[in-house]
Write a protein that binds this ligand. Structure first.
Ligand SMILES: Nc1nc2c(c(=O)[nH]1)N[C@H]1C(S)=C(S)[C@@H](COP(=O)(O)O)O[C@H]1N2
Ligand SMILES: [Mo]
Length: 339
């Protein structure tokens, strides 16, 4: 069903009288299902999944978590020890460092877990230690500098959207390390070692060992090459995220022009969008823009950019993720058609 038909049907009540559009669209102006992302929380089954190999099968009852290396008192914790500690539940977005701008590897959930520093408190850290190394059941390993690892928002989590952490997302326990791309959020952790230095799995392949999330906005609707009815109202929507590295998102703007642009300079008008969903800088900001589609058919290019609370504005084109995370405007091309 095309969009214009949908709007006409939705606006006619039982009995055929036209209702004011407001009453239909009161909550968000338009039906949620036309936005992408359509909701703040990504359901577990739709959350992106990424790892180097097969998903390991671990049993909570046979899962000792050893914490050793440059610590005063090496310890071994089990699943009950961790789930028995005081927990926090908080919303966090995860994003992959290998994502070209606009790809789908970004999702958001409510997570429950224990601050890593409350666990490291039990061991004591020796002065020579510089990094916390995580070894995982699938052979993956990565390290986080101690000062970053001891931030109160760094969590060992065991629940995702109220359910036990699903197998593919790291059961029994994974790290949530805000400000950093997925590479620094290891799943299926089996050993934590305090060390002087460590070169992680992806760093050996040349990826950025720091892996701070870059400021980015992505367009969810329209999708690339979507056809849009001439003369209709269309809601452009998407997400923006900085993982707190620039104090969160202040605004998102879109640019729509009548042809294919060849350089940033061709894109010169930017429209303010509305942020309709947000939680904290550690979660994505969802935005939308009601667009009056021109009457004449043709191709349009739509770009989005985010402006962060610290004043940083995206101002580049470019899509390369390698090696430190993609920067630049996301743009999609859509086709305006008649009839
Ligand atoms: N053990 C382990 N943890 C891992 C990985 C992995 O391959 N193995 N991949 C990382 C990468 S690159 C990403 S983007 C995130 C993806 O997390 P998700 O599958 O829960 O979305 O997991 C990270 N943690
Ligand atoms: Mo990733």
């Amino acid at each position: 069903m095309n969009r214009r038909k949908f709007i006409q049907i939705a606006a006619v009540s039982v009995g055929g009288t036209m209702l004011p559009l407001r009453s239909f669209y009161a909550e968000n102006d338009i039906p949620k299902e036309m936005l992408k992302p359509a909701s703040m929380i990504t359901p577990n089954g739709e959350f992106y999944v990424l790892q180097i190999g097969e998903v390991p099968v671990l049993k909570a009852e046979h899962w000792p978590l050893a914490i050793r290396g440059l610590v005063e008192r090496p310890i071994v914790l089990n699943y009950k020890d961790i789930t028995g500690m005081e927990s926090v539940t908080t919303m966090r977005t995860l994003k992959c460092i290998g994502d070209p701008i606009g790809a789908e590897q970004m999702s958001n959930a409510m997570w429950t877990g224990v601050p890593l520093r409350n666990i490291l408190d039990k061991t004591g850290i020796k002065a020579e230690a510089k990094v916390v190394v995580f070894n995982c059941a699938d052979g993956y390993h990565t390290a986080v500098p101690i000062d970053r690892a001891l931030r109160e928002e760094v969590l060992l989590v065991y629940k995702m959207n109220g359910e036990p952490l699903p197998r593919e997302h790291g059961f029994p326990v994974r790290l949530l390390n805000p400000g950093h791309y997925g590479t620094k959020n290891p799943k299926w952790i089996v050993k934590i070692t305090l060390a002087e230095s460590h070169e992680g799995y992806w760093e050996k392949e040349g990826w950025d060992p720091v892996a701070r999330v870059k400021l980015a906005a992505v367009i969810g609707t329209p999708s690339n090459d979507e056809t849009i009815q001439a003369g209709a109202t269309y809601t452009i929507s998407g997400a923006a995220f900085d993982s707190g590295n620039h104090e969160g998102i202040a605004r998102v703007e879109v640019s729509i022009d009548d042809g294919i642009t060849t350089s940033v300079d061709d894109v010169n008008t930017w429209e303010a969008t509305e942020i309709w969903g947000s939680d904290s800088p550690l979660a994505w900001y969802l935005w939308k823009y009601r667009w009056q589609v021109p009457d004449n058919p043709g191709e349009v290019e739509i770009s989005a950019r985010a402006i962060a609370n610290d004043g940083l504005m995206q101002k580049e084109t470019g899509f390369d993720a390698d090696p430190a995370g993609a920067i630049g405007y996301h743009f999609v091309r859509a086709e305006i058609v008649k009839g």
